[in-house]
Design a protein around this ligand. Structure first.
Ligand code: URA
Length: 236
């Protein structure tokens, strides 16, 4: 037995908070009866319907993919390009947790667990994401400090981050910069570099919370262990 709002969010249709709103506003039926109490418990045999749609409590799957370049991080693409979902062999309807740009490589999680996805992508969650960026030119210390401290992107200051020069390659006039951010705004890393006039030539996400790409080559994936899933839940 589990609480109705938890069941709804685990089915991936709404966050826990949104699920509570749906219940309170009388949009949820259990076995044909409108239920407005948040404490209501349901099990796998109860039929839960929201706006005419029957919810299914599917078996949850969790994958860690090493995303190659040239793949879209969504479930479908209107231009028919390959998506991260196409790379995972499963019958379940998994989808990516957050996004990486088309030309960004590295770690991305996929799951059909809406509750975990909501937890990890919630702005207040501060999940650390580590990148290696190759940028054109020499990355100056004062710029590292500015970006680490926070800059205005679309009028909103970025949270504290880490931007650190790891290596400068004189031959190609490029810098390799380690970046750790806890937000997940669209194109955030590129936009932050661009703001200080650095072009990002390559971007790879090497770490997501405590998970990295060990043992995987580009395009390969593995299932997360039960322990890893529990650890991700505990980031709450
Ligand atoms: N920041 C970006 O600019 N692009 C990504 O793909 C991820 C973070």
């Amino acid at each position: 037995m589990e609480r109705l709002q938890k069941f709804i969010s685990a089915c991936g249709v709404a966050s826990r908070r949104k699920a509570e709103e749906l219940i309170l506003s009388g949009k949820v039926k259990v076995n044909g009866v409108v239920v407005r109490e948040l404490g209501t418990k349901v099990n796998g045999e109860d039929i839960v319907v929201i706006n005419g749609q029957v919810l299914k409590d599917e078996i949850k799957e969790y994958y860690l993919l090493y995303k190659p370049r040239g793949v879209i991080s969504s479930s479908s693409d209107e231009k028919g390009r390959e998506t991260v979902v196409d790379l995972i062999k499963t019958e379940k309807r998994v989808y990516p947790v957050g996004r990486l740009d088309y030309d960004t490589t590295g770690i991305i999680l996929l799951t059909n667990d809406g509750e975990l996805s909501n937890i990890l992508t919630h702005p207040s969650r501060d999940v650390p994401k580590e990148y290696m960026a190759k940028v054109k030119g020499f990355f100056r210390k004062e710029d590292a400090l500015k970006l680490s401290d926070g800059v205005l992107l679309n009028g909103v200051k970025t949270k504290k981050a880490l931007f650190k020069l790891k290596r400068y390659d004189k031959k190609t006039d490029s810098s390799y910069v380690k970046v750790v951010i806890t937000e997940g705004r669209n194109h955030q890393v590129k936009d932050m570099f661009n703001l200080l006039n650095y072009d990002v030539v390559k971007l790879k996400r090497e770490r997501y919370a405590f998970l990295d790409l060990s043992g995987l080559k580009s395009g390969e994936y593995r299932k997360l262990s039960t322990k890893e899933v529990k650890q991700l839940y505990s980031l709450k």
